[in-house]
Design a protein. Structure first.
Length: 89
């Protein structure tokens, strides 16, 4: 579940992140040039600091599973026939 959540978050950041950064950088430019003003870069760092804080906060609420994942006592574990031998040997 955590891997799926991480993939969803990465997809969202990959889709929305570049648009947000572009918006923040181009919010104001140096007069007469296409160069962003110096303060715009600070806004980008603040955005990523906020996103990082949210990720850490969400990570703090992830708990270890309470399910017992040990096999039952009467279960036979099957070993593949090729284990320990090269294929076709």
């Amino acid at each position: 579940m955590i891997t799926g959540g991480a993939r969803a978050a990465a997809t969202a950041v990959g889709a929305i992140g570049p648009a947000l950064i572009t918006t923040l950088l181009t919010a104001s430019v140096i007069r007469g040039t296409p160069v962003p003003q110096q303060g715009n870069y600070g806004h980008v760092w603040l955005l990523w600091a906020g996103v990082s804080a949210i990720v850490l906060l969400v990570g703090a609420f992830i708990r270890e599973s309470q399910l017992d994942d040990r096999p039952a006592d009467d279960v036979e574990v099957l070993v593949p026939a090729t284990q320990g031998r090269p294929y076709g040997a």
